[in-house]
Design a protein. Sequence first.
Length: 429
Amino acid sequence: MPLRVREAIQKQEEATERLISWFQLFVVLTLGSLYMTGPKPNVGFDIIPWALATYLILTLMRLAWTHARPLPDWIVGLSAVVDILLLMALIWSFHLRYGQPPSFYLKAPTILYVFIFIALRALRFEARFVILTGLAACLGWGALMLYVLKSNPADSMITRDYVAYMTSNAILLGAEFDKIISILLVTTIIAVSLFRAKRLLIRAVSDQAAAQELSRFFAPEVAAKIKGSDREIRAGSGEIREAAILNLDMRGFTRFAATASPDATMSLLSDYQSQMAPVLRKHGGSIDKYLGDGIMATFGAATPSTTYAADALRALRECMAVAAEWQADRRRRNLPCPAVNGALASGPILFGAVGDERRLEYTVIGDAVNLSAKLEKANKETGARALCDGLTYERALAQGYEAEEDMPRLQGIEVAGLEAPIDLVVIAR
């Protein structure tokens, strides 16, 4: 298993041990209450209160330990054995408490607590501790049977009569072996179930850890779409959406990267992206891809929106403000500070999966995608830092965008790659 998977499972096991400790505390308090309210044995020395007190102290120590640090396996195993020893000691004391021959305790319903202790060990998803508890219970019950048989050699009290067994202190060996067989079968069934369940747990934790890591490579909206898809996603599936496409780029980055060290280049990229990405997400943008120093974000593509143009325009405005502050801060620190350009376009796009059976990628296709990229290049010719086509700007206004100031409009501008002139709005200079 990868280290991150082992660590995730270990955290679950630590939490489980704390839960088991609380259950053990509840059991010992319950047993103590039953002892306090029941008749006391007619013997000079009663071992039961001492055993209960010792177990209570050990349980409290175990509880404190589980909250402070992980329990080593030998402590977990020892705890399982001590649980059974306490139970068997309590059962053994019944014949003294009620003044009966030892065979009397073999009919005590307290034996059912064995299954509680076995079930407790199942919480950890470790079959070995379940097996240890079950074997300890079988050995303990066998020891109690042997004590009964050896306590009075002159009268073993063994019978083959079921009625006599039910109405007296006689012993029916078959009934006692049935208890041992039941304990063994329950232990085996739970152990096998745990073995299979742990394999599924490891697979689930591995998948979850992988999904968490992979989700960092996808926009949250795309990750949610992949996770919530009812059918297997295949290349060629897509949907038509009304969306806005926002492109950001650093002016002069290519020249800088050609002469700067790899560390300086990547540091600049990381700093720039850490400034822009949160702003895009804040306004509902989904980062489609990082293209070197370029960032392409979509609004309304991965998740349909009725305010895609307004959200995108707000994001672009804030990106430009943040970029100006970032550039000024880097200039004060004598660090490279390229200007950041932006562009926005909107319209019908195709949002879907492309690729082959081995690798898929969600992407957007459409005129708005191409127009946004071309407008970003047009910033240099128009002397702007951010541009938007006139139609997108009108859509944003219709969707609730409130302009903080009158933005310059450029009529009939020729943009490289477009057949006809287009009206533009300057978002930032």
